[in-house]
Design a protein around this ligand. Sequence first.
Ligand code: HEM
Length: 340
Amino acid sequence: MGKTEFCAYKASSHHKVLMLLFFVILCLSFFPPLSSSSSLSFDFYTGTCPAAEMMVKDTVRSASDLDPTIPGKLLRLLFHDCFVEGCDASVLLQGNGTELSDPANKSLGGFSVIDAAKRVLEIFCPETVSCADILALAARDAVEFAGGPNIQIPTGRRDGRISLAANVRPNIIDTSFTLDEMAKVFTAKGLSMDDIVTLSGAHTIGTAHCSSFNDRFKLDSNGNLTLIDSSLDRQYAAHLTKMCPSGAIDDSVTVSNDPSTPLLFDNQYYRILLEHKGLFQSDSALLNDERTRNRVLEFANNQDSFYERWAVSFSKLTGIGVKTDDEGEIRQSCSLSNNR
Ligand code: HEM
């Protein structure tokens, strides 16, 4: 290649790079990222409702003082909201065929706390604070009141208008899922394998109905125990059969996810996993796979490390598919869309 040819070649490749750059910028401005959590901010209500976070916190505090099962309920409610249609309070909408009517959402609770916070906020800051933000803040506060880390999360989420039972199953994880199946759902939400381990740590508080785990063992008419899931400790399974009599068809029976410190948001969940006493098959899966085992060990040995990662993973969870700016609406009542 001669000198002029070389220069012409360089100029044309330079030109191509510039064109490519221009194209990428053009694409980015036309197709915003899937999650618009960048529009959330830490001072979103400073000008419009400066006491918003305090009002939510006070409501969660009073409710949790009266009923210590509230933190677990709020945390799970947030998870089921964010995984279906993003964190847009779609799980709160009542009516025929809404997310709430799917069996996976049957045992959700904590709705009255969100409604109570919304009522207070509608008095002091009408039509300003979204139910999606109230739920995210309430779950954040629930962790703190259960003794967990106190973290800051940005606000500015708006409430969704769509809530369909059909969207629940493809997005909510069943206890029978393998780690790969869980990872598929989490990855689709922008969450990693580490986030699965960390967020599953929520099972350090709260309870479960027998039907959520009694497929892991069987008791015959002579009282002989058969372990169907060999990753469960046999003695613990025997204990669970006593907690869940007659195969626990009766759905009124609940068992603590973490029996040693059921109300405390600590790292005990990971210690339980090490003893093969994780209540769900999906919990045990975290210990039994080399992709997640080291994190389980780390969190079991170091609560600060769990808390640090929790802050990161929880912020990611509360940023999934959020609606901002002119998307969605600010509901007047959390259980009903404005233009119903
Ligand atoms: C990784 C997959 C997960 C599966 C398979 C799963 C499954 C379940 C099941 C079956 C229950 C018991 C429901 C019942 O019988 O009443 C439960 C309870 C709970 N889950 Fe999960 N969960 C998962 C992840 C999460 C995440 C990411 C969070 C929150 C960040 C969470 C928070 C909770 C809480 C706090 C409870 C106790 C609820 C209460 O006390 O009412 N879970 N989970």
